[in-house]
Design a binder for this molecule. Structure first.
Ligand code: PBG
Length: 343
């Protein structure tokens, strides 16, 4: 029997018992891919995502959105196949945004039985009953002035708008929406919607509150896709000032007190600190919206060959999850689910 010669030192070298280098070498666990996989703290999965869909009137429409390549305007007749493709990738949920046939001051199509989102929700639930349908509860895509609430004397009226959100939420739930997501940033919107759902037979319909939604320039491509830019002024009198973190935590606290089941931070990348602070302070599920402008930048740079789109996308989504998000709304969701799928 041969023994391996050991290099033992007696007495033990105190350099090797002290904390830190050379005792500690963090590179030991980075040496191979399998070692790295074993100690990975954050992993992405198709389970994490909600995929946004833009729905339009008409038939046989599948029109690519110029500033959001890979995302489309869909007519209702095309949704069954698209819903099946999303579900087959393992993505559990979609969020619907609708472009109405016509707009008026009160956003009437938003709470019409045959409104575009109502028709879309029905079509998806019929085709793929298990796919979770989330609807965005807001007026901006439906109003002629493009604001998220009722406008009087050039001002968005908070309390009057709440009644409209109640109608929209109940109408979406009646059409089959599994979760409603109020995004208008009116004070009291979560409580008003909770009350309306409870009184109208939808006490089990959860609310995903856009709790801390910032007045962001990153919504640009979405507003083009959803035809929803404000026709005068801006949204700074209701969406949050990007400079404020403590106020974001107050928004989250109030929405949870009003009955929100989940809270959302939006946008995601410039607000990772808000996601982290929300995670540290509250135990409710947190969603982060990786918004249209964040998506468009990655796509544009990728197409120019300036960045590796796949690697950058996976890195930034991992960052959002590491910051504390449980759920990510992202236009990258289908691509990511494909990349993560074992072949
Ligand atoms: C409002 C709403 C907006 C987005 C989601 N819901 C636009 C806005 O507040 O102007 C933006 C999402 C994105 O940029 O991807 N209905």
């Amino acid at each position: 029997m041969t023994l391996t010669a050991l290099n033992l030192q007696a007495p033990v070298d105190t350099n090797h018992t002290a904390a830190g280098f050379p005792t500690q070498r963090l590179r030991r666990l980075r040496r191979t891919e399998n070692l790295r996989r074993m100690v990975r703290e954050t992993t992405l999965s198709a389970d994490d995502f909600i995929y946004p869909l833009f729905v339009v009137h008409g038939t046989n429409v599948r029109r690519e959105i110029a500033s959001m390549p890979g995302n489309f305007h869909w007519s209702v007749d095309k949704l069954a196949a698209e819903a099946e493709s999303i579900a087959s990738l393992g993505i559990p949920a979609v969020i619907l945004f609708g472009l109405p046939a016509s707009k008026d001051e009160w956003g009437s199509e938003d709470y019409a039985d045959d409104g575009i989102v109502q028709e879309a929700a029905r079509a998806i639930k019929q085709a793929v009953p298990d796919l979770v349908v989330v609807t965005d509860v807001c007026l901006c895509e439906y109003t002629s002035h493009g604001h998220c609430g009722i406008v009087r004397h050039g001002d968005v009226q908070n309390d009057e708008t709440l009644e409209y959100y109640q109608r929209v939420a109940v109408s979406h739930a009646a059409a089959g929406a599994d979760i409603v997501a109020p995004s208008g940033m009116m004070d009291g919107q979560v409580g008003a919607i909770r009350q309306a759902l409870d009184l109208n037979g939808f006490k089990n319909t959860p609310i995903l509150a856009y709790a801390a939604k910032f007045a962001s320039a990153f919504y640009g491509p979405f507003r083009e896709a959803a035809d929803s830019p404000p026709q005068f002024g801006n949204r700074k009198a209701y969406q949050m000032d990007p400079a404020n973190a403590r106020e974001a935590l107050r928004e989250v606290e109030l929405d949870l007190a009003e009955g929100a089941d989940m809270v959302m931070i939006k946008p995601a990348l410039p607000y990772l600190d808000i996601i982290r602070q929300t995670r540290d302070r509250f135990d409710a599920p947190i969603a982060a919206y990786n918004v249209s402008g964040e998506y468009a930048m990655v796509k544009a740079a990728g197409r120019n060959g300036w960045i590796d789109e796949q690697k950058v996308t996976l890195e930034l989504l991992t960052g959002i999850k590491r910051a504390g998000a449980d759920i990510i709304l992202s236009y990258h969701a289908k691509d990511v689910a494909r990349w993560l799928k074992p072949i």
